[in-house]
Design a protein around this ligand. Structure first.
Ligand SMILES: [Zn+2]
Ligand SMILES: [Zn+2]
Length: 255
């Protein structure tokens, strides 16, 4: 499995991109930076986008990638998510007001996007991967995912504050190669993090310690707010006995 970092920040500037990862050039995890980071031919190669939740920083480029693929006569792009996320996308995003309903464009029989509904805690095939969605704790319905192919598994937390079930599932996941894990605010903004359903380094540590051997798990931190980048990175660097890494835009990992 190859993982490419398209967007790994909790905000945008010319040097920061919102959440989006690419697996094997085919499967995107969230859509915060699909069109800002991928060339047209790369956008056409996408097969599916797994969406953790409907917040704009995770779905925004579904709009522009759909538009580009429609003009490029690409096959339908699968948007895979749990029911509340799909409902929000239909009602508030691809609703013929904010953006055209690309599930019927150019035609109902040959649409630009198709929705694939995922059930929590149910193993489902998306492209050539097995996907296991787990509910996490954010301000809207949000799922973390465990993604598996023949070689092993990769997990993404989704936007979340302290949570329990995700760690139980990860504990039981064989050949777990890495976890994409959110952390957003510095410790001094704990109140804001709690209100907005995000982690600070101190709650991240508490959550990771729910694993029996947290230091065995490569943990790639994403969703740090650009405003607090140095502060959060400094606080994370002081966390003991963990295998933390902060990926940069364009980084590639092979698992
Ligand atoms: Zn969010
Ligand atoms: Zn977010």
């Amino acid at each position: 499995m190859e993982l490419r970092i398209l967007g790994c920040h909790g905000g945008e500037t010319p040097r920061h991109r919102t959440t989006s990862f690419l697996v094997d050039d085919r499967l995107a995890l969230d859509a915060g930076a699909l069109t800002s980071q991928l060339e047209l031919d790369e956008q056409m190669q996408l097969g599916a986008v797994l969406v953790t939740h409907a917040h704009l920083d995770h779905v925004r480029d579904l709009a522009t990638v759909a538009d580009n693929r429609c003009q490029g006569n690409a096959p339908p792009l699968v948007i895979a998510a749990t029911a509340p996320t799909i409902e929000a996308l239909k009602k508030h995003f691809f609703n013929d007001r904010l953006w055209p309903d690309f599930s019927v464009i150019p035609s109902k029989d040959g649409p630009t996007i198709v929705y694939q509904e995922l059930q929590l805690e149910t193993l489902t095939r998306v492209l050539d991967y097995e996907v296991y969605p787990v509910a996490v704790h954010h301000t809207v319905d949000t799922a973390g995912f465990v993604l598996r192919d023949a070689d092993g598994a990769l997990a993404i937390s989704g936007d979340t504050g302290p949570t329990d079930r995700l760690w139980e599932v990860l504990e039981q996941t064989p050949k777990l190669k890495a976890l994409l894990m959110e952390v957003s605010f510095p410790n001094r903004h704990q109140r804001l993090a709690t209100l907005s359903g995000h982690h600070t380094p101190q709650t991240l540590l508490t959550d990771l310690e729910k694993l029996a051997s947290p230091r065995d798990l490569l943990t790639l931190l994403y969703h740090i707010k650009p405003q607090f980048e140095l502060e959060v990175e400094g606080e994370c660097a002081k966390l003991p006995n963990l295998q933390l890494q902060i990926p940069r835009l364009g980084d590639r990992f092979t698992f």
